[in-house]
Design a protein around this ligand. Sequence first.
Ligand SMILES: *Cc1c(COP(=O)(O)O)cnc(C)c1O
Length: 482
Amino acid sequence: MEGNPLMARETLDPTDWPGFRDQAHRMLDDMLEYTRHLRERPVWQPIPLALRESFREPLPQRGHDLAQLHDRFMSDILPYAVGNAHPGFMGWVHGGGTPVGMLAEMLAAGLNANLGGRDQIPVEVERQVVRWMRELFGFPESAGGLFVTGTSMANFIALLIARTAFLGVAVRRSGLGGHPLIAYTSAGAHGCIAQAMELAGIGSDALRIIPMDKEFRMNTLLLEQAIIADREAGLTPFFIAATAGTVNVGAIDDLSAVADLAKRQGLWFHVDGAYGALAMLSPQLAPRLAGIQSADSIAFDFHKWGQVPYDAGFILVRDGALQYATFASPAAYLQRETRGLAAGSPWPCDFGPDLSRGFRALKAWFTIQLYGAEKLGESIAGSCDLARYMQKLILGEPKLELLAPVSLNIVCFRYRAQDADRVNNEIVMALHESGIAAPSTTTVNGCLAIRAALVNHRTGEGDIHALLRATLSFGDTITTAV
Ligand SMILES: *Cc1c(COP(=O)(O)O)cnc(C)c1O
């Protein structure tokens, strides 16, 4: 080929490697400095109109300079993200990420491995994490596990496997055929459970929403009554989704009671443990999840309390063979061999709907290896200690009112005022715009609540003081302005 200039094809790799390398180091250094000095920045800031407009330019026909693109990232993108890495971020349920997670993500991207299958160590890394999760949750060796985008996808996958368990593999070809499957979850469940019913073609009308008890747990007495009533009506109860850590208040359903009931009634017992399941890493918190070991499937996220950078959801299934039967599809171009690159079957793509898959396992593997289960568990328990500390401060402040008991790491409270819903909504928007702290809002027993979900490992007592001080100050201003 040498000597024939017609054969020289330009690649997309750098032409100036030394220059590229210097630029690469600057980009890495900027992100490390960003993380190191996060606290000095606002949690979030409003996006200037002109800046938003600048992202509506047409498709560029010619390339730009990398250093310029990096400058643009630093000035126009980085300052205007959601801010969940910041210790003052307490909205929704977001993980904070870690610098080591970022590095692992970089290594994974550099390798550009496709984890759909084939004989490669990256797949073994994923299988290693699967084994660790079996161990953590007391699941058998035959259990299947898979990295997915998030718990929404993991819940959906669990529902599909339960459908196979009840209707047989034939359901993959024939569809439901009007079979009256009925599923159950609590009023405190995440909306993605209902969406999973819609996506699975069963329909959200076939999802029974069971009321909660005073501790915001699914009422198991009403659950059993609903199952019996549906069966008497000729329907087929098949799936219970319990929650370990509800989005609203962080309640954990009575998993042992649900496990017993599911067994007695012959239903699939699924746990949506999106953020709460990893509390198993803390010896102090694990007893609160008693019963999770009996689940047929558990969905959870490494990107929430596990602090692995987005995205890293996970599904663990007791009956790995059933998971395989639900998703595996023979195809000529996916032929398996006993030797060579096409060996190592079954492949990850046989256990879920994705064929091409990124190397999400690597950032989870690095995180678990670097910190160890103990330290990750301490970090999780630390957010719960902090939530209890915050509860104590709220109970000691007459102008504030606690709206739900603190079960794990979520604190729902409000500023006492007339027209409290409007005032507290205003307070939260003012908090966001101040850049001091970013809680979110929710509704608890019909009242608008300021909701602080303490998930970020960087959040400390000082951040809680800052949030409460600013809440009182904005509350006073808003109520005296009226
Ligand atoms: C976050 C969350 C989900 C959704 O998980 P994603 O990773 O965002 O898809 C589902 N259930 C609960 C309880 C959650 O906290």
